[in-house]
Design a protein around this ligand. Structure first.
Ligand code: SF4
Length: 258
């Protein structure tokens, strides 16, 4: 028995052109034969009218801001995400001032749903996760900054020429000269204490780890909620703990403190 079904000939997923060359991005762009941008003008007009509604306009605006903040890693000519999507959802919900989020899941993912519920509902905890293989921008977080602070100034200058510093929070350092000065300060003091430069509400403290060659080969840090430990005494204690732990690991790797 032959079944044939033609409900809708539109299939944007099959559109083979680069996004910048498509008709839905560029008025002179290319398109598939059944392109909705070309053939569904009335629907398009109606959709655009929807954006005039304040709640829809605000949703679209905040979603665009969130996307721009989240996709900052340029690979080839495509932007890739710099943070886990679950964190993006939480940030977007905060931007929209949402108090409740619905969580729908199949039973097979009950354990994952439990973890998401714990993360989103807070329960007094903030969890920061890094994906394996995640390549962070230069000024995003304590660990990369610590590693950069061990480079010689010429190398730092070369890297800063190649990669721009983008803002992730109002506290992010985006000026190359100020960033270089910051690296010098970190190199001199032997640790970094960053307050909400990468993620709002999060403080990062990190120190370098060296091996027998005296080179910095890794970094160790801790992220903690801003506010609960914002007293200088509490933070000083954590800085001491991180530095001592890094010294112990460095010593195990053959580093001799002279
Ligand atoms: S150009 Fe047309 S067919 Fe291609 S992705 Fe855009 S809307 Fe779809």
């Amino acid at each position: 028995m032959k079944i044939s079904m033609t409900v809708n000939k539109t299939n944007c997923a099959k559109c083979p052109y680069h996004w910048s060359k498509k008709l839905c991005y560029d008025p002179d762009g290319k398109n598939l034969p059944y392109c909705p941008t070309k053939h569904e003008q009335a629907l398009l007009k109606k959709s655009l009218q929807e954006y005039q509604k304040p709640e829809i306009f605000e949703f679209a605006k905040q979603a665009s801001i969130q996307e721009a903040e989240g996709y900052q890693r340029l690979e080839g000519d495509n932007f890739k995400p710099i943070k886990p999507h679950i964190l993006e959802i939480m940030e977007f919900a905060t931007k929209m001032n949402y108090k409740k989020l619905g969580l729908i899941f199949c039973e097979g993912l009950a354990a994952e749903a439990k973890a998401v519920d714990k993360l989103i509902s807070g329960k007094g905890m903030i969890r920061i996760a890094s994906e394996v293989g995640w390549r962070r921008p230069l000024n995003y977080g304590m660990l990369g900054i610590i590693l950069m602070s061990s480079l010689d100034p010429k190398n730092v200058k070369r890297i800063l020429k190649k990669y721009s510093l983008k803002p992730y929070t109002p506290m992010s350092i985006t000026d190359a000269d100020a960033f270089s000065l910051r690296l010098e300060q970190i190199r001199d003091q032997g640790y970094i204490l960053e307050k909400e430069e990468a993620v709002e509400g999060v403080i990062g403290i990190a120190a370098p780890i060296r091996d027998y060659s005296r080179q910095v080969v890794a970094a160790l840090g801790i992220a903690l909620p801003a506010g609960s430990r914002n007293q200088t005494k509490g933070l000083d204690h954590i800085v001491d703990l991180i530095k001592k732990t890094c010294e112990t690991i460095s010593s195990d790797l053959g580093y001799l403190k002279i």
